[in-house]
Write a new protein. Structure first.
Length: 253
């Protein structure tokens, strides 16, 4: 099947797909210019660039990079190669860990701003499609088990809103190596400080802990579940779009 037809099918299914194209080669390998490789949702690559050894080296390289936007990759392989790495994704994806009363408006608001949302919780009364009609996927499973099976490169935002301290820790330990641009956890400052202290004692890096947004959300004076959800989703959007979180009237003065 033609590669562009396959890409069209993936776009119609909202299937995130990495697209890597050779844009510069050593002179003797000019025949490889324009070759394309696609990788969908952590599946096996479709196609080979140059040869299998080159393709394997390329995949190993991109696995060490957190994709934020279209970029150029440099690779040495019997000469210098440059590749263009783009990602087909008509919707950003978010992972919501916990399916309680705050999660429901969080998922609805994320859906409204274009996110494909996966919800995980181990309680059937909460983790179901009736409670989350607009979630792309609802997984009713133990957090640790579910997070071992989830494609960790798919999500640009992870929101931890579980029902208790030990679940927060379980989730944080599982996702700390996920390449996400937004990672937030709900909880009082006291609860958050206790968790950070525990992770520090376990040897978790300061870099990871500084990346964690906890307590989660912007200061909107939120009190109700819907208001708290609004503060969380606003922070997700501001982080993704690099917003200042300042009143628009104060910008540019």
């Amino acid at each position: 099947m033609d590669i562009f037809l396959r890409l069209l099918q993936k776009a119609n299914r909202y299937q995130p797909t990495d697209i890597i194209t050779i844009i510069n080669t050593p002179k003797e390998q000019a025949i490889n210019l324009g070759e394309m490789l696609t990788i969908s949702n952590g599946n096996e690559p479709e196609g080979i660039l140059v040869d299998q050894t080159f393709t394997t080296a390329l995949i190993q390289k991109i696995e060490t990079i957190s994709w934020q936007k279209a970029t150029i990759i440099e690779l040495e392989y019997n000469g210098h190669y440059r590749l263009f790495w783009d990602r087909l994704s008509t919707r950003p994806s978010a992972l919501v860990l916990g399916a309680g009363h705050i999660s429901q408006p969080v998922v609805e608001m994320l859906y409204l701003i274009g996110y494909a949302v996966t919800v995980v919780d181990d309680r059937p009364d909460f983790a179901n499609n009736i409670s989350f009609p607009n979630a792309e996927s609802v997984i009713c499973e133990n957090f640790g088990i579910a997070l071992k099976e989830i494609n960790n490169k798919r999500y640009s935002a992870i929101i931890i809103v579980t029902r208790g301290h030990r679940y927060d820790l379980e989730c944080l330990r599982a996702v700390m190596h996920y390449p996400v641009s937004y990672l937030g956890m709900i909880g009082s400052r006291r609860r958050v400080n206790g968790i950070i202290k525990k992770l520090t004692e376990e040897g978790v890096s300061k870099e990871f802990l500084s990346h964690l947004r906890a307590p989660i959300g912007l200061d909107l004076g939120a009190q109700t579940p819907a208001e708290i959800a609004l503060s969380i989703v606003a922070e997700v959007l501001a982080t993704t779009r690099k917003g200042t979180c300042l009143p628009l009237r104060d910008i540019g003065r």
